[in-house]
Design a protein around this ligand. Structure first.
Ligand code: ZN
Ligand code: ZN
Length: 337
């Protein structure tokens, strides 16, 4: 009887524990095919100013990190401009971003990022400058083009290493925007200060590209909803059909102010409320709809990125591009502080 019990026990052990584990091992599901691993080559970028260390507040990690200035700039150019743009446009972007950064650096007498004490700059594109790390870039680029894109951007930074823009020996506010819509803007129309090197310029180089002309159609209902949400104190719903009136435009054609339900509203506020890409817009009423035709993307001051792309395509060099969008500036190499 004991022997019968023992063999029954052994049989159960085999059936319940050993057999399932053998089966599970023999029919395990193969691991899914991984994206091919791409290694981004990083030959160091030597700056004539020596290695400058930047204190960067990482918006994504909510933490401060130190990185070499030129390495940081690779991440800025990669985040701010499509890698498909011509090399001279990428170089203009690199110089622009470097100037913007150096002007903020404590080491060069700047006052850092006002939102993150102790940091020279932050990676919040709404505050300082956009920046993308290697992980972001590998997620954004297709594996077969990642290495080539990265090297193209590193070359733009390497070939302009240490170069910045000055006006009367002071670093300029090297602001830039995606697309000017045909004419860049004077600085005082967007911020309060008139800067001699941030003058509106006619720009045909961005014509015919992604943001040259976009259209946004609002039903009366959707329109009133958006305005009511943004301007809760205004009686927009009672204002009738011809709600927007009497626009004042800047010389570049951007809306400075308009009348909305009896109040004067800035172009910037309306752009925000309706989520339009720029203040260079026009509108028409059709039955129950309002159609906005918008030219450009961004504030319009300084370098027009699509314009830089167009100039580079037309054979212009990066100093020519920079000197077109920033009036009377000098391209110099920074000295170690
Ligand atoms: Zn910041
Ligand atoms: Zn332009």
């Amino acid at each position: 009887m004991r022997r019968v019990l023992a063999s029954f026990f052994l049989l159960m052990l085999f059936l319940l524990i050993i057999l399932p584990s053998i089966l599970a091992r023999s029919c395990s599901i193969p691991a899914p095919k991984q994206k091919p691993a791409v290694i981004l080559e990083k030959t160091p970028i030597i700056s004539p100013a020596g290695e400058l260390v930047l204190k960067v507040f990482r918006h994504d990690l909510q933490a401060r990190e130190e990185m070499p200035l030129e390495e940081y700039l690779v991440g800025v150019v990669a985040a701010e401009m499509p890698a498909a743009f011509a090399p001279e446009a990428l170089k203009a972007q690199a110089v622009s971003a470097r100037t913007y950064t150096v002007k903020q650096m404590f080491a060069f007498g700047g006052s850092g990022c006002s939102q993150n004490p102790g940091a020279d700059i932050c990676t919040d594109p709404e505050h300082c400058q956009a920046w993308a790390g290697e992980k972001d870039l590998l997620a954004k680029w297709a594996p077969e083009e990642a290495a080539q894109n990265y090297e193209k951007i590193r070359t733009a930074v390497r070939e302009t290493a240490g170069q910045v823009l000055t006006y009367e020996e002071d670093y300029i506010e090297a602001v830039f925007h995606a697309h000017c819509g045909g004419h860049t803007e004077n600085s005082e129309e967007v911020w309060s200060t008139a800067l001699p090197y941030l003058r509106g310029k006619n720009c045909s180089f961005c014509a015919g590209s992604r943001w040259s002309q976009t259209e946004y159609i609002f039903t009366q209902e959707k329109f009133l909803q958006a305005l009511g949400k943004h301007f809760p104190a205004l009686p927009v719903a009672a204002a009738g059909e011809q709600l927007l009136q009497a626009a004042e435009r800047s010389a570049s054609g951007r809306i400075k102010s308009l009348r909305l339900a009896g109040e004067t509203i800035s172009g910037k506020e309306i752009r925000q409320a309706l989520d339009l890409p720029s203040t260079r817009f026009f509108w028409t009423y059709h039955d129950q709809e309002i159609k906005f035709t918008v030219h450009g993307y961004g504030h319009g001051v300084g370098l027009c990125q699509y314009g830089a792309g167009g100039m580079a395509q037309a054979g212009k060099t990066y100093p020519e591009i920079l000197q077109y969008y920033y009036t009377d500036v000098e391209l110099v190499t920074i000295k170690a502080p």
